[in-house]
Design a binder for this molecule. Structure first.
Ligand SMILES: *Cc1c(COP(=O)(O)O)cnc(C)c1O
Length: 379
């Protein structure tokens, strides 16, 4: 089956009991047993719920995993993953991750987990981290990253880790499974904030871990159940609905983002544009190899620094000034003052997050309208 067909049919057969075309929302928190310890397989909704099970089955199929676990948010998924590494473990992680993931990894150090952050866009750094110090248990990657859209060669990095017996996790939120499938590239665990492209309408939080093997599924489902950060059945229903339109949405996001990036890179009031779909982007060739498109996120540094960036952000009409991303509506974010505000100034500077930087989540509106809006705001 081709992609667009799989997103609508894979794991989504009509309900065998009633013929309902959509997966029903099972609000029941508990399930009858016919004899003590004997039942349908569902016992209590934290442990398992039919609507969540449907979402998890769909996620596993579209990412090509042996199974999936859904969580109440992306960070609930990431914290379950990190929590599964006991004292004495070693994690090598990208140095440009979603800030919430970095914070949790730093916290893991206080529990006796060794965490080394490296710039994974250079494979030599990954090799060096594995060659020095104790055995690595987990390589944690993100590509493309937020907000500068840095690209890591996932196949090459995963190969280094697998040779050393380490597990590989990839945060695939920015790409979505439509554009990038890390398990096919050698990863063991795919992380999602489903709040973004999978949900797609800025109206539901969700997270997921999709895993390559049944043994990983077993190990991580213990943490899903024991820590209990699960999504509600209604949220699962909304997320399934998001999957069904993911293909058309992501293609339109990408087509608009390419136009926006090309427009911005040619604009005299824009100093730099960050988009993996631009041939000048340092990750362009790797992105072309490992992705089926470049996604809907574009960042740009405007001429005139922070005052100019604030002015542009406030003048935009179709791009709403708000955090988050991946919804059908276009958003603009000023990372230094909004999403990355908690990051110390020196670190912001080292990472290239300047006061002039704006991050755009390019929506699925008409591309001409989006360009017109940017043009008037930059005047
Ligand atoms: C938003 C995001 C997260 C965190 O997800 P929440 O659903 O907000 O908890 C993790 N990784 C990336 C790349 C994100 O964009």
């Amino acid at each position: 089956m081709e992609w667009d067909t799989r997103l609508i049919h894979d794991g989504q057969e009509p309900d065998p009991l009633t013929g309902a075309v959509n997966v029903p929302v099972y609000l029941s928190t508990t399930f009858r047993q016919s004899s003590p310890g004997v039942g349908t397989g569902f016992v209590y909704s934290r442990t398992g719920n039919p609507t969540r099970a449907a979402l998890e089955r769909i996620l596993a199929r579209i990412e090509g995993g042996a199974g999936a676990l859904a969580f109440g948010s992306g960070l609930a998924a990431i914290s379950a993953l990190i929590m599964s590494y006991p004292k004495g473990s070693r994690i090598v992680a990208g140095d440009d991750l979603y800030h919430g993931a970095t914070r949790l990894l730093e916290h893991a150090r206080t529990h006796g987990v060794r965490v080394d952050f490296v710039d994974t866009t250079e494979l030599a750094n990954v090799r060096r981290a594995f060659a020095s110090g104790p055995r690595v248990d987990l390589l944690y990657l993100e590509s493309p990253t937020n907000p500068l859209l840095k690209v890591t060669d996932l196949r090459a990095a995963a190969a280094v880790a697998r040779k050393e017996g380490a597990t590989v996790a990839v945060d695939n939120t920015f790409a979505s499974p439509v554009l990038q499938r890390p398990i096919e590239l050698g990863a063991d665990i795919v992380v999602h904030s489903m709040t973004k492209y999978i949900g797609g309408h800025s109206d539901v939080l969700g997270g997921a871990l999709v895993v390559r093997s049944k043994s990983l599924l077993e190990r991580l489902s213990w943490f899903q159940n024991s820590a209990g950060g699960v999504p509600s059945p209604f949220d699962c229903y909304l997320l399934i609905r998001g999957v069904r339109t993911l293909g058309v949405r992501v293609r339109q996001h990408g087509a608009n983002a390419q136009r926006v990036a090309e427009f911005l890179s040619a604009h005299p009031r824009v100093a730099r544009t960050f988009y993996p779909g631009l041939p000048g982007h340092p990750g362009h060739d790797v992105a072309r190899r490992q992705m089926d498109g470049f996604g809907g996120m574009v960042s740009a540094e405007v001429v005139g620094g922070q005052p100019s960036a604030i002015r542009v952000a406030r003048r935009l009409k179709l791009f709403t000034l708000a955090e988050s991303l991946g919804g059908v509506e276009s958003l603009v974010n000023h990372p230094a003052l909004m999403t990355h505000r908690a990051m110390p100034k020196a670190e912001q500077k080292a990472k290239g997050i300047s006061g002039g930087l704006l991050r755009l989540s390019v929506g699925i509106e008409d591309g001409d309208d989006l360009i017109d809006d940017l043009r008037q705001a930059l005047e």
